[in-house]
Design a protein. Structure first.
Length: 106
């Protein structure tokens, strides 16, 4: 879940019907959809949903999933305050790997 991969799988999922949607949050990796899965959820959409509306609804659902994941991570102190995290400020698409451009966050 979801069955279709890539940066824009919505149009393919629409052809499978409204019950075929799902969201996956995963770690960033050099190749699309290869990072470790953090959380997955099925997403129900209306039967007559358009591709544009599906994209909006899925992005809204993904934001809620991300906020919950971050809140749970902080509650478990998985990421301690004052620690150092790595991030990629800009990564061209597609890329062979973001690790070469990652920097330590303050």
């Amino acid at each position: 879940m979801p069955r279709h991969r890539g940066p824009v799988p919505t149009i393919y999922a629409l052809s499978d019907g409204p019950d075929s949607f799902g969201m996956t949050l995963h770690r960033l990796a050099p190749r699309i959809d290869t990072g470790a899965i953090l959380v997955q959820e099925p997403v129900s959409l209306p039967a007559d949903v358009t591709a544009t509306r599906a994209s909006v609804l899925l992005h809204m659902h993904g934001r809620t999933m991300l906020e919950t994941l971050l809140d749970e991570s902080l509650a478990r102190e998985q990421y301690r305050r004052g620690g150092t995290l790595r991030y990629c400020p800009t990564v061209p698409f597609p890329t062979d790997g973001c690790c070469a451009t990652c920097v330590a966050a303050d």
